[in-house]
Design a protein around this ligand. Structure first.
Ligand code: 13P
Length: 249
């Protein structure tokens, strides 16, 4: 039985004062029947660690360098994230793919760097509206997964995949539970071609306008094992309401 993971992606939002309220609100009422995590901007990792270390809530980062260390100005290494107690790191978010030109091969190298350093990568895949309308959703998702599957090899069971249709991110338009389930099933079937055992345990999260009012129906689908939440992760009440939908699903 896969455990549900509700992970917040704060993106480039927050301040010391606002984070403090948010982290306290989340940790004070965190449910125990699912895993809860927040992926915060790198400068706030120390704050998240201090606020959450005595709670069941996990934390992580939003990106990581493919390199171990060295002359890579502006980059943050996996071992640095590890030093701040991160469990997770998001890699290949569509905002990084589109604004920073990240290829699926680079995303795969970042995922491997995370895994070899003891971090669990949350690897994002998903099609644009244009690709969906052209009937290319399955092909796009499979091609984004392929380099990851070949790079991570035997550690496939330790990755988390997030299906985030680009057209649903921050738009208020969400995939229907059936649309999301179809792609989640495709992802699991694709992973199973490499390892049936790994495919069975990998958590596949849905991301894209997941809110308290649609979370229950999405989380009720058999291959949706949680959510990667953007906007609604910035208010503790909304984030916790999504987490309690796990129970209701
Ligand atoms: P929204 O929940 O704001 O649509 O963002 C989803 C997302 O990009 C999470 O990584």
């Amino acid at each position: 039985m896969r455990r549900t993971l509700i992970a917040g992606n704060w993106k480039m939002n927050g301040s010391l004062a606002a984070n403090s309220v948010l982290l306290e609100g989340i940790s004070a009422a965190a449910p125990t029947d699912c895993d809860l995590a927040v992926c915060v901007p790198a400068p706030y990792l120390s704050q998240a660690q201090a606020a959450l270390c005595a709670s069941a809530v996990l934390w992580g980062a939003q990106d990581v360098s493919e390199h171990e260390s060295g002359a890579y100005t502006g980059e943050v290494s996996a071992s640095m994230l590890k030093e701040f107690g991160c469990t997770y790191v998001i890699v290949g978010h569509s905002e990084r793919r589109s604004y920073h030109g990240e290829s699926s091969e680079l995303v795969a190298r970042k995922a491997l760097r995370a895994l070899t350093t003891g971090l669990l990568p949350i690897i994002c895949v998903g099609e644009t509206l244009q690709e969906r309308e052209a009937g290319l959703t399955d092909a796009v998702v499979v091609s984004q997964l392929a380099p990851v599957i070949s790079a991570v090899g035997k550690q496939l069971a330790d990755v988390v995949i997030a299906y985030e249709p680009v057209w649903a991110i921050g738009t208020g338009k969400t995939a229907t539970p059936e649309m999301a389930q179809q792609v989640h099933n495709l992802i699991r079937t694709t992973l199973a071609k490499t390892s049936v055992d790994a495919a069975d345990v990998v958590q596949i999260l849905y991301g894209g306008s997941m809110k308290p009012d649609n979370a229950k129906d999405l989380l009720a689908m058999s291959d949706i094992d949680g959510g990667l939440i953007g906007g609604a992760s910035l208010k503790s009440a909304d984030f916790l309401a999504i987490a309690s939908a796990v129970h209701a699903a």
